[in-house]
Design a protein around this ligand. Structure first.
Ligand SMILES: Cc1cc2nc3c(=O)[nH]c(=O)nc-3n(C[C@H](O)[C@H](O)[C@H](O)COP(=O)(O)OP(=O)(O)OC[C@H]3O[C@@H](n4cnc5c(N)ncnc54)[C@H](O)[C@@H]3O)c2cc1C
Length: 334
């Protein structure tokens, strides 16, 4: 497998050509496990399933590798004392899965038939079949939609306080949003940064009252309400934000980092109407990774409203593969 890094809209993207030894999926086979998605959850599930002796297919998605392909440095994944590039880490995970004989289809799954067994997974006109399925289609962060937000992603703009907060030790940062995530992020960052501005467009926060009480006790957090972020300033790194205050015009705030916490959207288009979802739109799981359809499991950000970290997505991937294996063995399907 070879990979090359190039930059697209300020993001690092790895273009990966499959090497001869990486096997392609086969429409004539019935796989023990078909995994949809190739982020940390999907690829970890693939490593566990294949090492358990299960025939395993990964439908990678067109944007293989998931969210970490858009980040430069992952500093909190265990085992990398100097940190590791997100795309490099994903290439390593994929190579590890390929070593155990995992097969790949490099496209999006477009439709599922979960009514009949084996299950059918459609990729355009091609149909793949699996005795079990692991859905690991991940999530996306809601963006502000500013050109500067894209350009400065990884250069001071972040969607994940737990991932990147430490890079802003004793610096000034802004958190954008007013819900539970934004307030939790502001509280988390207040322990690391010198000053935290919490910018919210409405006149009051939406977050849980207990969180708001905690926030109000923090001396280095300043609440900036009725304010819209209209630009992020800086060429190669964030230098500030421009806000538009309701009734008071525009204002600049000098910050070194901007954490955008306005929503996390699970990628569930494929399973809507087929699997039960929670009221927040995540795949509902029972026990660990079992979904509302027997034999279909879910792992990672698509079913996890809480942690949304690489290490937890990988852990859910491992659990889903072990749950799928137990399901198959108990029914004598392998
Ligand atoms: C910029 C950024 C930086 C981050 N930094 C860190 C960090 O430093 N440390 C950390 O722990 N976490 C970090 N995270 C969070 C971490 O990346 C996620 O928690 C993790 O990637 C979730 O893994 P996942 O496998 O569940 O989903 P994803 O990584 O979202 O992967 C889902 C995959 O499914 C594919 N897919 C979707 N639909 C289909 C379909 N229909 N058919 C086939 N495939 C499909 C997608 O193309 C994608 O490849 C960061 C996130 C972002 C956005």
């Amino acid at each position: 497998m070879s990979s090359s890094l190039f930059s697209m809209e300020g993001k690092s993207v790895v273009k990966l050509q499959m090497m001869a030894h990486e096997k392609r999926g086969d429409i004539n086979k019935v796989y023990d496990v078909v995994i949809i998605g190739s982020g940390p959850a999907g690829l970890t599930a693939a490593i566990y399933a294949s090492r358990a002796g299960l025939s395993t297919l990964v439908i990678t998605g067109y944007s293989w590798g998931g969210q970490l392909m858009t980040t430069t440095k992952v500093d909190n994944y265990p085992g990398f004392p100097e940190g590791v590039d997100g795309p490099d880490l994903m290439v390593r995970l994929r190579q590890q899965a390929a070593r155990f004989g995992v097969e790949f289809v490099e496209a999006d799954a477009t439709e599922l038939d979960l009514k009949n067994r084996p299950f059918k997974i459609f990729v355009g006109h091609e149909v793949y079949r699996g005795k079990t399925i692991i859905i690991a289609t991940g999530a996306k962060y809601r963006e502000l939609g500013l050109e500067s937000e894209k350009r400065l992603l990884g250069k001071g703009v972040s969607y994940c306080a737990v991932c990147d907060g430490y890079f802003f030790k004793d610096m000034d940062v802004a958190v954008v949003g007013g819900g539970d995530t934004a307030v939790t992020d502001a509280i988390y960052l207040a322990n690391i940064a010198r000053k935290v501005y919490l910018i919210h467009r409405r006149d009051k926060l939406k977050a849980d009252k207990i969180l708001q009480e905690k926030l109000s006790k923090l001396e280095n957090v300043e609440l900036v309400l009725n304010s819209l972020v209209i630009d992020i300033l800086g060429q190669d790194k964030v230098e500030g934000i421009k806000i538009r205050r309701k009734d008071c015009g525009e204002e600049l705030i000098k910050v070194d980092g901007v954490f955008i916490a306005i929503g996390h959207i699970p990628s569930t288009d494929l399973v809507e109407g087929k699997l039960e979802l929670t009221k927040h739109g995540y795949i509902k799981t029972y026990g660990n990774t079992m979904t509302s359809v027997e034999g279909v499991f879910a792992a990672g950000d698509v079913m996890d409203p809480g942690y949304q970290q690489m290490v937890t997505a990988a852990a859910f991937g491992a659990m889903a593969a072990l749950d799928a294996e137990e399901y198959l063995r108990k029914r004598g399907l392998v």
